[in-house]
Design a protein. Sequence first.
Length: 289
Amino acid sequence: MPTFTALTTLMGQGPAEALGEALERLEPAPTGVGVFEVEDDSGLWEVGGYFTEAPDDAALAVLAAAFEAKPFTVSELPETDWVAHVRRELAPVEAGRFFVYGSHDAEKVPEGALPLLIEAAMAFGTGHHGTTLGCLRAFDRLLENGLAPCSVADVGCGTAVLAMAAARVWDTPIIASDIDPVAVEVAEANVAANGLSGRVTCIEAEGLENPTLDAAAPFGLIFANILKGPLIGLAPDIAKAMAPGGYAILSGLLNDQAPDVTAAYVAEGLTVENAETIGDWTTLCLAKS
């Protein structure tokens, strides 16, 4: 069965969400609608609909004009087994001592590596993205430099791959939190699949506002692989939640966004331990004296 997509962009979250709601009422009806912020600080939002029959071009044009959006771009997608495709395209990832892989590559885990099983169907936090890879490399460098076992918070955890990396090396309190309840369910499933149940606590939380996080603070290590805006907003809370001598590993940053995030954390008294660029993305490692 063919699949069609209809995509547009417009300014502002409110208009984008309203357009998404209007798109849901279109005939033929879309099987799904997505509304996403474009991660370049432009203020643009993307609205997309997914259809199992060709959408009505005239109706799409009316919607775009009504909400002052760009004209919809309609594309027909070929029939694809996407999980099989991702399995073919996503090779295992090595990041220092850590080896991120899908179950179809289980026989490729090197002897002595610390394995992190993330299935190909999990779209965020597989280790292939420059942000996740950068965080794992930064953590590996801290371990090489003698970082002692400490309590860990993985804020905006996604698949919880970073929390699980910490659980592979330390038997200490580790909390993985995310604002998205679906992400928390994914994190819990991954923790169980990696045999780390009871080692990583997965919770739903907005930033660091949660009694479980409050009770576990201060943290010797905080991961926050999210976006520029939330990272800057969380700078005071993250700095406050860090133990003296602790570290924060931050990513989700385009290279040109790193200076603004760095400045926000330096203003809170942190110092830059390391910054690594992988493609378009930067990972920061900051220390609290």
